[in-house]
Design a binder for this molecule. Structure first.
Ligand code: SF4
Length: 313
């Protein structure tokens, strides 16, 4: 539950401290996987907000192996914190999209490090075959395992519009299938997708509150260069509402007031590289934004779950 004395929401750091008796740090790994929403397996063209450039074969093939990437990351952090343990975060693209043997080889490459306490796997809800779920279930008996699903919206009309290539029902099904195996389950939502009004955005909180989600990541909609969405924005800017930082702070606070208080809120914003970002450019680092949210929640005398009711759907 939320400790309102410390943070007005359930923070990821507090969650990690509950799970681990030692300090842990995530290290992002690009294992060279691709995406089924671009090659026709699940869809063509990719999500409209996703930068096509990043799908060139050179970009997808990292120069460094999983081992090299982890060695570098561990070297960087272990200077300061020799006792630190690590979570290998398979973050880029769809990290469950390959032959199971090949996927498992990459995961095991990370787990071969004695300092690696577990895995976080980012993926799509329509990309979790039972054979992999069986592997993760067995693994989770002695390692930390979290599967993070890109849900993005609970409205199918939005998922069609942004060409996600899956429905909300598929997100719900993947989350329930994963969580019922006892695996930590994360979800990712984008707030401010075109065609969604404020009430619809806030209603996502009611809907996901009913799911067995461990951690939730919220991101503001960002317009990225050379995406289909950037083109749509240029043609029909009236379809988009680009939030100012202050407006978005009020939105996320309204959102987490409705959110189930047992859900960890891992982040409120994301930051794309400046050279790729069209808008909104708030120039705020993640920790600065988070501090602003906390300050404003204190001013508003509110906290996560203040307006949550289990039957709010
Ligand atoms: S956002 Fe994810 S699922 Fe969508 S096209 Fe990009 S990598 Fe694929």
């Amino acid at each position: 539950m939320v400790n309102k004395e410390i943070k007005p929401y359930y923070d990821f750091g507090d969650f990690l401290r509950k799970v681990f008796p030692f300090k842990v740090q995530k290290i992002s790994v690009n294992a060279g996987f691709t995406c089924p929403n671009r090659d026709g397996t699940k869809g063509w063209g990719g999500c409209t907000y996703c930068n096509n450039q990043t799908f060139s074969p050179e970009y997808c093939q990292p120069n460094k192996s999983v081992t090299e990437q982890l060695e570098e990351g561990i070297r960087f952090f272990s200077h300061k914190y020799p006792e630190m343990k690590y979570l290998a975060y398979f973050q880029s693209y769809t990290n469950t999209y390959d032959a199971p043997d090949s996927l498992i080889r990459k995961y095991e490459e990370a787990l071969a490090f004695p300092e690696v306490a577990g895995l976080i796997i980012g993926t799509r809800p329509d990309c979790m075959p039972d054979v992999l779920l069986d592997y993760f279930t067995a693994l989770s008996e002695n390692k930390f395992v979290m599967i993070e699903y890109g849900v993005e919206s609970t409205l199918d009309r939005t998922l069609i519009r942004i060409n996600r290539g899956h429905t909300y029902a598929e997100s719900e099904e993947a989350i329930r299938r994963t969580a019922e195996r006892g695996i930590y389950t994360g979800a990712h939502l984008i707030l401010g997708l075109p065609g969604e009004n404020r009430e619809e955005i806030l209603h996502h909180a009611d809907i996901v509150s009913d799911l067995p989600i461990t951690t939730l990541k919220l991101h503001q909609l960002q317009l990225i260069r050379q995406t289909r969405m950037a083109k749509e924005f240029a043609e029909q800017p009236e379809d988009f509402h680009l939030y100012t930082a202050d407006e978005y702070i009020e939105l996320v606070i309204d959102f987490i007031e409705k959110l189930n208080p047992s859900m960890v809120v891992e982040r409120f914003v994301s930051q794309s590289p400046k050279e790729l970002l069209i808008a909104p450019d708030w120039g705020l680092k993640n920790y600065v934004f988070t501090a602003k949210v906390c300050k404003r929640m204190t001013e508003r005398q509110t906290w996560q779950g203040r307006l949550f009711t289990p039957s709010s759907q």
